[in-house]
Design a protein around this ligand. Structure first.
Ligand code: ADP
Ligand code: MG
Length: 227
């Protein structure tokens, strides 16, 4: 499985050029965003400048996600408990949850062992998913995250939200590059997440009921065999 993942990571020449271009675009964008912030300060509350700023930061997000996808991931696998990883992830969203009226419940079922993982990459996966759940509940709601042992060799992290849910025809398109239903989305978050999970020899299952909510299961092996 790992071999298969590595094989698809070799980039075509066009892919390499696109990645190079994305990388080069970052510097001018950083400069533009710096001057925009400066102009905003001088002009007081100028909404056009604010809009430009948020579009520039969206461009930055697209480029970061694109670069993550185009580069082969050099994972560093160590043994980590997932509870602290999930707690750290949720800390990043404390303010956003409070503002949106989202209540998060994090639970560990039984005693879940440490797993082989790249801590930062896996954290990125849950950042993407928690962000999606919060964005799907603009009127508030509950996000339940449950960590459990699935089988002798695998653990599961289940994220269940009470958000908008995903229409069946949209569900089929998830994972397509740039597929988003949001005005300010990049449509790359789940692709990046999926790539990281595959690199961990794991699996991602999404099930959703429009108007009721979405459940995402991330299934990961406790040990990754490297041979
Ligand atoms: P983005 O968030 O930038 O749109 P993602 O790859 O993270 O890109 O998600 C792609 C699409 O999947 C979203 O635009 C949304 O339509 C749908 N989606 C993902 N997670 C959820 C969720 N928890 N609830 C409802 N829709 C979701
Ligand atoms: Mg997203």
């Amino acid at each position: 499985m790992m071999l298969q993942v590595r094989r698809t990571e070799k980039l075509s020449l066009v892919g390499q050029m696109a990645a190079g271009m994305a990388h080069e675009l970052r510097n001018p964008l950083t400069i533009i965003s710096g001057f925009l912030q400066l102009s905003q300060k001088q002009a007081g509350s100028a909404s056009y400048l604010g809009m430009m700023s948020s579009e520039v930061s969206r461009m930055n997000e697209i480029i970061s996600d694109f670069l993550l996808l185009s580069k082969p991931v050099n994972s560093r696998f160590d043994r980590h408990h997932l509870m602290p990883l999930l707690q750290e992830t949720l800390e990043l969203f404390e303010n956003q949850c409070r503002d949106a009226g989202v209540r998060v419940i994090l639970e560990e079922e039984g005693k879940v062992p440490e797993i082989d993982c790249d801590f930062n990459q896996l954290k990125q996966v849950f950042i993407n998913m928690v962000k999606n759940s919060i964005e799907a509940m603009p009127e508030g709601g509950q996000l339940q995250i449950t960590l459990s042992v699935l089988t002798k060799h695998r653990v599961q992290i289940r994220l269940s939200d009470q958000g908008s849910g995903i229409d069946p025809e949209d569900l089929a398109r998830i994972g397509e590059p740039f597929f988003t239903t949001k005005d300010n989305g990049t449509g790359l978050g789940l692709m990046v997440s999926n790539k990281i999970i595959e690199n961990h020899s794991g699996k991602l299952n999404i099930s959703s009921r429009p108007g009721i909510g979405t459940t995402i299961d991330v299934i990961l092996p406790i040990e990754i065999k490297t041979t």
